[in-house]
Design a binder for this molecule. Sequence first.
Ligand code: FPP
Length: 246
Amino acid sequence: MPLTELPRHVAIIMDGNGRWAEKIGKPRTYGHHKGVDRAVEIVQEASDLGIDYLTLFAFSKDNWKRPENEISIIMNLMVDSLKTEFQRIVDSQVKINVIGNLNDLSEEIQNALEDITQSTANHKGLQLTLAISYESREEITEATRLIIQKVLDGVHKMEDINQDIINQNLYTASLPYVDFLIRTSGEHRLSNFLLWQSGYAELLFDDKLWPDFSKQDFHKALNEYNSRERRYGKTSHQIKQKVFAV
Ligand code: FPP
């Protein structure tokens, strides 16, 4: 099926690196190396296809509970890949930004992220957002604090608080809502990822482990998105006839 309509904003929970490695008798961290290669390949494909926004869940707030050794290898991998593999996609006009609690990260990784976000700031292609040390509920809590402060400072009146103001105070202020959310590895959860932003997203859970999720699997997923009817509460008839309430 040809792709007729691309989702504007795709978000991916890249799950299953550890299990992929364990299945072939390798250390879990080998799976993370392969996971980075896969991430770069899918970003390149999203960029080539003309998708506007891609957000990847690279490291969750809960991932800090992992063994120290695994965390440290993932962090080193992030720094290294931002300086090497990710530089390749930067040539395709990809613009990179980061969401999450960056204060949790070492200076080294903060600098690597700062370098890549600054050097791509004027790029006009795919906007790639890396969610690192990210947790949706923390983001919403932080936005609530910011909004209350603005009310106290007289910037907003309490009765004026609406969904736009909430959006403006989330880490994702500059991004549109998520249209299509993919999670690999057969798990059927959102794990605190973009909960507010995915309120109307189409969800796809793929059984493949992330290092096995190929360009073809990505195409298959996009075709599945294409086959869905996004009704936003309306009837199928209204959507097909383009009968919109005025
Ligand atoms: C999920 O697999 C993957 C992670 C927790 C880490 C993924 C991080 C990367 C691939 C690095 C990306 C780097 C950049 C700069 C974007 P898992 O370990 O939870 O797998 P499991 O569920 O099989 O244990």
